[in-house]
Design a protein around this ligand. Structure first.
Ligand code: NAD
Length: 392
């Protein structure tokens, strides 16, 4: 597929509560410098406090939603709503939830859209600069910590004042992947005493290098649960039960528990039971980042902040949207890096032997081209009313 000069469109996000934008002016400038033509829908950056004038100064044109959607390559944050359609034969790049959105995937294939899902970017060092799940998890880990500190009726740091001394808050982080490590770092910066647990022992050094204590739980057999590379495997029910027993007293001792445990394509592992929440001091806080996939805490109500047994359980979704400027800036860099990977000379030249291009592609030329998505669509086809579990 070749275009003379690739026209890139950036529509305003329409999903309720979505405040990010797929391109910030700085990133638009990079694309213009590489020979792309960029059109931004009027008001697309408003929620992220980015004005049309800034985009124009960066060399982008402003246009209508129709202008943005008619571009050769459309850059989005949230998956398109039914009313949003890229042009036939065009390229779409954005979060697409392809494993849980069979209707969208089928529609994109039927419309002959070449769609790339940012969730499906391989987590390899070569693709690191395009890894939007990671860039947004950094924002989420940071915001989750601030939410925990905000809901707690205590200081995070130790304070020695004329009116007395207060002890530092105790923060427990469960899952030390991208979001978890950022939650640890942010809690440490705020002065809390931090301990963390992850099923992958390989993260112990990273946790300790941030000044936190790593909780060692000797429950693994033959490396079960540790997975390979950057992602964990799902652990057996028996191991989950033993983890819970061992974690119960750590949870009870914590003022704030931030849970971030995730296994790709699977419902979130249950690490904090209702019983464990009952064991926490009233006024304590659980921030559950895994709410989107069911939650790490049994009492999590996805999308809500609730108080159970005197404990605040914060399961707010889409935390990156609460910090739209920097979340958009990082996301835009990921998207620009992917687009310039797909079109190194300013013209789209898709190399299907390349693991990033092939890994992130969901639909092309009227077909679903991603094997995992094909499998999940098959499952959805068999059980039309059942949602497909997990995300990439
Ligand atoms: P990640 O894959 O980098 O980290 C997840 C970590 O959980 C891994 O280190 C893994 O080893 C660990 N883990 C898996 N099973 C475990 C278990 N049983 N016990 C302990 N640890 C276990 O993922 P991430 O990018 O850091 O994202 C973490 C979670 O945050 C995901 O659920 C993601 O969807 C969510 N998230 C939420 C928001 C939001 O706004 N609410 C935003 C971004 C990410």
């Amino acid at each position: 597929m070749l275009f003379a000069q690739v026209k890139v469109g950036v529509p305003k996000e329409v999903k309720a509560g979505e405040r990010r934008v797929a391109l910030v002016p700085e990133a638009a400038k990079k694309l213009v410098g590489k020979g792309f033509e960029v059109v931004i829908e009027h008001g697309a950056g408003d929620e992220a406090h980015l004005s049309g004038a800034e985009y124009q100064e960066a060399g982008a044109a402003l246009g209508s939603a129709a202008d943005a959607w008619a571009a050769d390559a459309v850059l989005k944050v949230a998956p398109p709503e039914p009313s949003e359609t890229p042009r036939a034969g065009g390229v779409l790049i954005g979060f697409l939830n392809p494993l849980t959105s069979p209707d969208l995937v089928k529609r994109l294939a039927a419309d002959r859209v070449t769609a790339f899902a940012m969730e499906a970017i391989p987590r390899t060092s070569r693709a690191q600069s395009m890894d939007a799940l990671s860039s947004q998890a950094v924002v989420a880990g940071y915001r989750a910590t601030l939410a925990g500190a905000q809901a707690l009726g205590k200081f995070f740091p130790m304070l020695t004042t004329a009116a007395g001394t207060v002890r530092p808050a105790r923060v427990l982080v469960l899952g030390a992947g991208v979001a978890g490590l950022q939650a640890i770092a942010t809690s440490k910066r705020l002065g809390a005493m931090v301990e963390a647990y992850d099923v992958r022992p390989a993260v112990k050094e990273e946790v300790q290098s941030l000044g936190a204590k790593f909780i060692q739980i000797e429950v693994q057999q033959d490396g079960e649960g540790s997975g390979s590379g950057e992602y964990a495997k799902e652990v057996s029910e028996d191991i989950q039960r033993r983890q819970q027993q061992l974690l119960a007293d750590r949870v009870a001792a914590a003022d704030v528990v931030i849970t971030t445990a995730a296994v790709p394509g699977r419902p979130a592992p249950r690490l904090v039971s209702a019983e464990m929440v009952r064991g926490m001091r009233p006024g304590s806080v659980v921030v559950d980042l895994a709410a989107e996939t069911g939650g790490n805490c049994e009492l999590t109500a996805p999308g809500s902040v609730t108080v159970k047994e005197g404990v605040t359980i914060d399961a707010t979704l889409n935390l990156p949207s609460q910090m739209p400027l920097h979340a958009s800036l990082l996301y835009a860099n990921n998207v620009v890096n992917l687009l310039t990977h797909l079109a190194p000379e300013g013209e789209l030249a898709l190399d299907w032997d390349d693991e990033i291009t092939a890994g992130a592609a969901v639909t092309h030329d009227g077909e679903i081209v991603n094997e995992r998505v094909k499998e999940s669509i098959g499952a959805a086809g068999l059980q039309a009313d059942q949602p497909v579990a997990g995300g990439p």
